[in-house]
Design a protein around this ligand. Structure first.
Ligand SMILES: *Cc1c(COP(=O)(O)O)cnc(C)c1O
Length: 491
């Protein structure tokens, strides 16, 4: 049976359910399958719907789950919480397909995985006969927090605690979080920026004394961020589904290669597409798109991952990140599972803030193309697409589109291409309105209204009348008080 092991050499082997409960390995490495599943039979899959494909993919990676358990998780996740029956529709505009991953509750692609993670986790707890209450801790720069709150809202046996930087999220994102309903939801603003919140949460995970205190009282901490295999694996499904949709629509013949373009932050989404290739989806190029925080662009071009640079705030905030956690899993694959090598690169990153790959790993880069877009180029791409096609891209998707255009110009590659479209334009309505040249407004909610009035595109339900919703979460706390906040929330 497939087991999960650490990228950094710890010898323990975990079942999928143990991995989902744990999140990270004990040596702080990420969990990866110790052998690849057998390839998908696309001849059997190509005409199937989203749920069928998701069940097939999940059963390949989560071998200790029964078919009934997999089925329960998928059926509970991908239902009418999504505002389209395709779950993740493909939309054609200007010679490329947009894979719209934002039709879930919170209007960003995080819903694709966070709608199912709570069910995978509660199923895992039952399988492992784990009686503790699980407290999900999340530091968020905006999208993950809300998607995790919605996913875990009123899920039995869990409490969900979200910390967001007081001045680091948009007004709309903040309002989405502080109006969250549910008896087990806890939201705190932290004085400081996202890095402060993220570092503090990591410290809490590694604080043995604190964890012991909680455990004595029947509570275990777990994570909802993209290092959890319970988030990564469900994301593989939409790339398989996208390929099958192209075959269904007669746009490609089964076996034809496609390219994918992914607006990248923590490297989770693009890594999921790489796993899709490993299990048999014919993907030719992985196009990794960054904003001005272009650590990854430089990395794929030079083989040096170097975070010694200024952090930039852009209008695609979910990609404002210098350390892309999931890259570690790619390094593991490209080094042929050389955990010593991976551990030493991660040590260098920790201590010197950069690392260099060797020739063996760099050979694997030929499957990738990496590029970046500035804020100005991003805005111009939104306007051009709207003017030409009346199709609206959010800022993150626009980064991907611009990088794709550069790629085509440079290479002439006309392979059928799918762009992962990661957020509704409404989630970043202010930037989108300003890009197109709509009027200046007072606040984020007014921009949402204006975008709706001028384009007639329906507002996603979760963003409708957001300014009129009741506020439940008022607390703004100092970093030093986070442990107390967790105790008050979970005990
Ligand atoms: C999280 C996020 C991304 C980045 O995805 P990763 O998996 O972290 O690379 C891109 N766009 C949006 C809108 C997001 O919320």
């Amino acid at each position: 049976m497939m087991r999960y092991i650490s990228t950094r050499g710890e010898t323990t082997e975990y079942s999928a359910s143990q991995g989902i409960i744990r999140g990270l390995a004990r040596d702080k490495g990420l969990l990866v399958p110790n052998s690849l599943p057998e390839k998908l039979d696309l001849n059997e899959l190509w005409d199937k719907n989203y749920k069928y494909i998701a069940k097939t993919v999940l059963s390949k990676f989560f071998e200790d789950f029964t078919p009934q358990e997999i089925s329960y998780c998928v059926e509970s996740a991908y239902d009418d919480k999504f505002d389209t029956k395709e779950i993740a529709p493909l939309v054609w505009a200007n010679n490329v397909y947009f894979l719209e991953l934002y039709h879930g509750k919170t209007a960003a692609f995080k819903d694709m995985a966070l709608s199912i993670l709570p069910h995978l986790l509660t199923t895992s707890l039952k399988k492992e006969d784990e009686r503790s209450k699980i407290c999900i801790l999340t530091a968020t720069s905006g999208d993950t927090g809300k998607a995790a709150l919605e996913g875990f809202k009123d899920v039995e046996g869990t409490e969900i605690v979200v910390f967001y930087p007081e001045d680091g999220v948009s007004q709309v994102q903040k309002q989405q979080m502080i109006t969250q309903e549910g008896d087990n939801t806890h939201v705190f603003a932290i004085k400081g920026n996202f890095d402060d919140a993220q570092t503090a949460v990591k410290e809490i995970f590694n604080d043995d004394y604190f964890n012991d205190t909680l455990r004595e009282r029947g509570v275990k901490l777990s994570s909802a961020n993209s290092i959890n295999i319970g988030r990564l694996v469900p994301q593989v499904a939409y790339y398989v589904h996208a390929y099958c949709q192209l075959v269904q629509k007669g746009k490609i013949t089964l076996g034809d290669p496609i390219n994918v373009v992914v607006p990248t932050g923590n490297f989770g989404n693009i890594l999921a597409s790489y796993y899709a290739k490993l299990i048999g989806v014919p993907i030719n190029k992985f196009i990794c798109a960054s904003n001005e925080n272009k650590v990854l662009t430089d990395f794929f071009r030079t083989g040096i991952y170097d975070t010694r640079r200024r952090f930039r705030l852009t209008n695609s905030p979910s990609m404002d990140i210098l350390v892309s956690s999931n890259l570690e899993r790619l390094l593991y694959i490209l080094s042929d599972g050389d955990t010593e090598k991976v551990a030493s690169m991660m040590k260098s990153l920790d201590e010197k803030k950069y690392f260099t790959v060797d020739g063996d790993i760099a050979r694997g880069f030929q499957d990738f193309y990496a590029g970046y877009a500035t804020v100005k180029q991003t805005n111009a791409a939104i306007k051009e697409m709207y003017d030409k096609q009346r199709y609206l891209m959010d800022t993150h998707t626009a980064v991907a589109y611009k990088v794709y255009c550069d790629y085509v110009e440079k290479t002439g590659d006309d392979t059928t291409t799918v762009i992962a479209s990661t957020a509704s334009c409404y989630k970043f309505a202010e930037s989108v309105c300003k890009s197109i040249g709509f009027d200046e407004k007072e606040n984020g909610f007014e921009y949402i209204k204006q975008l709706n009035q001028r384009t007639r595109l329906p507002i996603p339900e979760g963003l409708r009348d957001l300014d009129k919703k009741k506020i439940y979460h008022f607390d703004a706390i100092d970093k030093d008080l986070m442990r107390r906040a967790i105790k008050n929330s979970c005990l």
